[in-house]
Design a protein around this ligand. Structure first.
Ligand SMILES: Nc1ncnc2c1ncn2[C@@H]1O[C@H](COP(=O)(O)OP(=O)(O)O)[C@@H](O)[C@H]1O
Ligand SMILES: Cc1ncc(COP(=O)(O)OP(=O)(O)O)c(N)n1
Length: 273
């Protein structure tokens, strides 16, 4: 077997509970048959009930992790998740430029669903100025998009304008995720490629097991980009992946449990029986 292996790097925080962050990203890469690598930005003490502590990693150590894998193994696509402070953000942006990591997916993680701040307020501007201009795809959830544009986005016209604003900052493709629109029947994400708007649509499942949905979705986009898919296709395939991962929950933990990374295999396994 002499097959080319697609390689993806996640630059994100560790979630000890395994539902979000680095752990969710690596599980997603593995499930989608992409070789996964990591640069850890912070260690969180976390479970399905919440975030109980954070230890940031030194910026030079974050940078060294990125350099180590980029210069040796190589990276076909990269994603960022939790980047809590400006110094780490500066280090990442400079290496993305140095190594011309063009397939960059930015999940602008700010607050966990349990309400814990994962990005310092003074780092928001750096996110806009340093990282977003480098993005192939950016995937804010609704509250994150509102912070980035600085006002509420309570209707579709406002969300389309926000997507254009993020394009103008330099992100080539924008997905404003609709998971937080809990009064809507569907979980629809607004995708914008600079020419047209598309809805990535799925049924909305009434479940408390949505911890790490954003991480898993952005990791799946990264995996498909690493495999050579165009961004328009990568986001749709990632939407299918996260939809199944939410549709068939694992029912783990006492709080907001993780998504099911094996779910996309259930159909295949049924067919094999
Ligand atoms: N209850 C749900 N049912 C179906 N899809 C969902 C649900 N909640 C979130 N999603 C989907 O999961 C992905 C992540 O969205 P979201 O939860 O908004 O992000 P985040 O985890 O960053 O807050 C999106 O594709 C969104 O539409
Ligand atoms: C270490 C770490 N990174 C990111 C998040 C946020 O994950 P997300 O996919 O947005 O889902 P929720 O945690 O908000 O449910 C996290 N919690 N931890």
């Amino acid at each position: 077997m002499n097959q080319k292996v697609a390689r993806a790097l996640t630059i994100a925080g560790s979630d000890s509970g395994g539902g979000a962050g680095i752990q969710a990203d690596l599980k997603t890469f593995q499930e989608l048959h992409v070789y996964g690598m990591s640069a850890i930005t912070a260690i969180t003490v976390q479970n399905t009930l919440g975030v109980h502590g954070i230890q940031e990693i030194r910026p030079d150590i974050v940078a060294s992790q990125i350099e180590a894998v980029t210069t040796d193994i190589g990276v076909d696509a990269v994603k960022t998740g939790m980047i809590s402070n400006i110094k780490i953000m500066e280090a990442i942006a400079s290496l993305v430029k140095k190594y011309k990591l063009s397939n960059l997916v930015i999940d602008p993680v700010m607050i966990s669903k349990s309400g814990h701040a994962l990005l310092k307020e003074d780092a928001r501007l750096a996110l806009k100025e340093l990282l977003i201009p480098l993005a192939m795809v950016i995937t804010p959830n609704l509250p994150e998009a509102e912070v980035l544009v600085g006002h509420s986005l309570d209707n579709m016209a406002a969300r389309k304008e926000a997507a254009q604003y993020l394009r103008d900052l330099g992100a080539k493709h924008v997905v404003i995720k609709g998971g937080h629109l809990s009064d809507q029947e569907n979980a629809d994400d607004l995708f914008y490629n600079g020419n047209e708007f598309t809805l990535l649509s799925s049924p909305r499942f009434h479940t408390q097991h949505t911890h790490g949905t954003g991480c898993t979705f952005s990791a799946a986009i990264t995996a498909y980009l690493a495999k050579g898919e165009a961004p328009d296709i990568a986001v749709q395939r990632a939407k299918n992946y996260i939809t199944d991962a939410i549709r068939y929950p694992l029912n783990i933990g006492q709080g907001h449990g993780p998504t099911n990374h094996w779910a996309h295999r259930l159909q295949e396994e049924q067919n094999e029986k």
